[in-house]
Design a protein around this ligand. Structure first.
Ligand code: SAH
Length: 346
């Protein structure tokens, strides 16, 4: 899944306000963003992503042959079509965005309309029988793995529509953290100290408190990588995603000035004879998810090889907008040093 550019309402119009403005919810904005083809181009052309799904589905046809598959958030229908290519008997594809119109045409262009049925609605409202599908496939991952919280909908679909003994694909995900050094943020924030002769420092402070979605060069990583959380899609419960804590010890691998904690995730398809996966780590082929990086705002931690930093995560869905996550990061290191930061991923 590609995280949409924004789930917030657009900037206020310069035109006079209507006395009864149309009421749009953040959910409408979310699904509207997926009705534009451009967001789908980006996802389809993300090779590690698309080719891993394709490779798994086509090289494990025994998993799909004659099965009923539910494609949660089908977008252009690409995963549904791969499943038909692998021999699925029927695919129920659901997406709450208008992209369904294009998906229907693409499915017809590929002569698969007799096998793929597309529903434009939330999977939560899908009018099919309970426990009627053998496989659930979905590409639900967002920035920091969890942003957009679509995993909740996949878990809902699993608990309602999957037959006993059925499978959810991908079936495993792991979220990781690492420490990195970098001067970029400091330089970017400095610009605001004297912006066109004005004091715009406040903007720099705001900027530095936002998580960054960007590529970390492998040589910027200055600690080992540690697991934040493992997700077993067959068993995980909504409550375990909506709120969790985690503690890691990151160890410096050289003398450096740690500026932030970066995160990436791995996605695994480990059911069947030919398991496969992909990673969004800084040291493998780039994906559109980049990495999600939490700067220690304008501070840093000096360390030498083998020094340890304890990192505590407290992650939870934001009240009022269940697609956003609040991430609290607490760093503690020798000499009693301690930093505490709070971020919102939105
Ligand atoms: N499967 C496609 C698209 C993935 S993007 C591909 O791999 O290219 C995720 C899609 O899920 C978006 O199109 C979004 O509109 C849809 N989506 C997110 N939550 C949903 C929900 N609860 N019900 C139905 N569709 C949902």
């Amino acid at each position: 899944m590609s995280s949409p550019p924004t789930t917030s309402p657009p900037l206020p119009s310069l035109l006079p306000q209507l006395s009864h403005p149309p009421t749009s919810t953040s959910s409408d904005y979310y699904y509207d963003s997926y009705s534009h083809p451009s967001i789908h181009y980006e996802m389809l052309l993300d090779s590690p992503r698309t080719k891993t799904y394709k490779s798994y589905i086509l090289s494990n046809p025994q998993i799909f042959k004659d099965k009923v598959v539910l494609d949660v958030g089908c977008g252009t229908g690409i995963l549904s079509m791969f499943c038909v290519m692998a021999g699925a008997a029927q695919v129920i594809a659901v997406d709450n965005s208008k992209i369904c119109n294009l998906a229907r045409q693409l499915v017809a262009d590929n002569d698969m309309s007799d096998k793929i049925e597309i529903y434009q609605c939330k999977v939560e409202d899908l009018p099919i029988e309970n426990e009627s599908v053998d496989i659930i496939i979905s590409e639900w991952m967002g920035y920091f793995l969890l942003y957009e919280n679509m995993l909740k909908s996949v878990i809902f679909a699993r608990d309602k529509f999957l037959k006993s003994g059925g499978i959810v694909l991908p079936n495993r995900c792991v979220l990781y953290s690492f420490g990195f050094e970098s001067d970029t943020r400091d330089q970017e924030c400095e610009v605001w100290n004297d912006f066109e002769g004005l004091n715009f420092k406040r903007l720099g402070t705001l900027y530095s408190s936002e998580p960054e979605i960007d590529f970390i060069e492998p040589n910027m990583i200055c600690t080992n990588c540690e697991t934040i959380k493992r997700f077993d899609l067959m068993t995980i419960k909504i409550e375990q995603v909506s709120s969790f804590t985690s503690l890691q010890t990151l160890k410096f691998d050289r003398t450096s000035n740690l500026k932030g904690i970066g995160t990436y995730f791995e996605v695994g398809f480990t059911v069947g004879p030919k398991p496969i996966g992909f990673s969004t780590a800084p040291f493998v082929a780039r994906t559109h998810w980049k990495q999600t990086n939490f700067y220690l705002q304008n501070r840093s931690i000096q360390g030498v090889k083998d020094d340890e930093v304890k990192v505590k995560w407290d992650v939870g869905v934001c009240e009022g907008n269940e697609r956003d996550f609040e991430v609290k990061v607490e760093c503690e290191w020798k000499d009693g040093g301690e930093y505490y930061f709070k971020y919102v991923i939105n």
